[in-house]
Design a protein around this ligand. Structure first.
Ligand code: ACO
Length: 431
């Protein structure tokens, strides 16, 4: 017999089924009949206690610091996989065989160009435009250039094509946006280069200075993209699912996800961390002063790159990134004073009662910016790198959501706290 929980409201009683995860023994009380049976709704600002869906894509245990894509530990993927292979895993639910991987990679090549007219968009934006604004607009605009994919009810084959198209074109869009922002001619994708080298080449090659690919840089970038590829129902992925639940197409849904990611409490934190470290460094590098500011409830300052809604022990991605940053800087012979400062901030926070009590640890964004800096990615492109990495996760969730016949349009309720009914007053009679 399936487990249930009884909820009593005065003389009313409701049996709520328990939903159990396939891993980790997580349990949820299914309250989907609550309002229709009792008239009550639940209140959960920030959704800290709310499951919005069932999902078979990513498993996360925040207390144990576990993250797995389709059952495979993140540590193994970061060490042995590539971003393209990991994308396949997330979107199709299994690792590809040799032929499947070759076909998948080949399709990336076929879809790597963007419509020539789309280049005009970049000219219309002011040079001060944040690249997350132009990325979000460009992804949504793809619906105008590729209308054949704009469907309420796409077939499996159409979903596969739009997924590859999106994954491949996003790196071209991002590199073009960067080139335009620095006033250089765009560099087109090359057939002979794989995903990450192709992106780096489009970013950093110029007619006078061909970009020399460095294995360590390619590897570090590969690792970062894999680590960002999915993170179950985070703010941006939930946004993609929410927008998609209205049957909005993938371009529109992902464009919304990019906007959600942009915020400094989410994917914009990687940029905010470096800005924070630069500010602390400029102010003399006084770690204690800024730890005290972060703890002061009358001060708006927060230790960016610290804390997480789910991880309450350590963020496994941060562990891998910290080592990756150390390795890369060593290999490139770079001595970045911000890395040293970040380590001092981390050490001070980890032994401070405030951070220990609240289980605040470095998250994925704390050290990733150090790597981006070392590779030459400009500061305002850091959240864009996150967006490229998160693309397969967003696609996998959108696909899972629209293929699930139980999906309903996302439409939460509220408790109204405004004025009670009163009459309209014509303007001449208002005080
Ligand atoms: N610095 C100082 N105090 C913090 C921090 C921080 N970075 N993070 C949380 N706290 C404190 C809060 O003030 C709160 O204290 P209180 O209990 O005394 O009121 C307590 O820790 C719990 O924090 P909440 O904000 O309630 O935690 P929540 O789960 O809502 O927020 C978040 C998580 C947004 C990540 C938060 O920790 C934060 O703002 N971190 C800094 C921004 C950041 O690094 N974001 C990236 C997250 S990872 C990602 O999205 C990719």
């Amino acid at each position: 017999m399936s487990e249930t929980v009884k909820i009593n409201f005065g003389d009313k009683e409701l049996d709520c089924p328990i939903v159990t995860s396939t891993e980790g023994g997580e349990k949820a009380i299914d309250i989907s009949k609550l309002r229709s049976s009792t008239g009550y709704i639940t209140m959960d600002p920030g959704f800290s206690n709310t499951g919005s869906c069932k999902s078979a894509i990513t498993y996360l245990d925040g207390d144990k610091g576990i993250l797995r894509y389709r059952g495979i530990p993140i540590e193994q993927l970061a060490q042995q996989s590539t971003f393209v292979e990991t994308s396949y895993l997330l979107i199709y639910g299994k690792l590809p065989n040799q032929k499947e991987l070759e076909d998948f990679s080949e399709a990336f090549n076929e879809h790597s160009m963007i419509h020539e007219d789309m280049k005009n968009f970049f000219d219309s934006y002011p040079s001060s435009t944040h690249p997350m604004a132009s990325l979000s607009a460009m992804i949504c605009s793809m619906s105008a250039y590729y209308p054949e994919f704009v469907k309420d009810d796409p077939t499996k084959e159409e979903i596969d094509r739009i997924a590859i198209q999106m994954l491949s074109k996003v790196r071209t869009i991002c590199a073009f946006a960067y080139k335009k922002s620095i006033g250089e001619p765009v560099v087109y994708p090359r057939y002979d280069l794989k995903y990450v080298p192709n992106f780096l080449n489009m970013m950093f090659s110029s007619p006078t200075h061909p970009y020399k690919l460095v294995d360590e840089v390619v590897h570090a970038m590969q690792v970062l993209l894999i680590l960002h590829a999915d993170h179950e129902q985070n703010c941006s992925t939930s946004t993609v699912r929410m927008v998609g639940s209205s049957r909005a197409n993938l371009y529109a849904s992902i464009s919304a996800g990019i906007c959600a990611l942009w915020g400094p409490l989410h994917g914009g934190a990687n940029q905010a961390v470096i800005e924070m470290l630069q500010e602390i460094q400029k102010d003399g590098g006084n770690v204690e002063k800024y730890i005290a500011k972060a703890k002061d409830k009358n001060d708006n300052f927060r230790l960016m790159g610290f804390g997480h809604r789910v991880y309450k022990n350590f963020d496994p991605r941060a562990k891998i990134i910290k080592k990756c940053a150390d390795d890369l800087l060593n290999k490139l012979g770079i001595n970045d004073p911000l890395l040293d400062l970040a380590k001092r901030m981390e050490a001070a926070a980890l032994k401070d009662e405030y951070f220990v009590e609240r289980k605040l640890y470095p998250n994925v964004d704390f050290y990733s910016g150090i790597i981006y800096r070392a590779t030459g990615i400009p500061l305002n492109m850091f959240p864009v790198m996150f967006a490229i990495g998160r693309m397969p996760g967003w696609i996998a969730h959108w696909k899972e959501m629209i293929q699930d016949p139980t999906t309903k349009i996302a439409r939460p309720f509220q408790i109204y706290t405004g004025e009670n009914k009163h009459d309209y007053v014509p303007i001449e009679k208002r005080s």
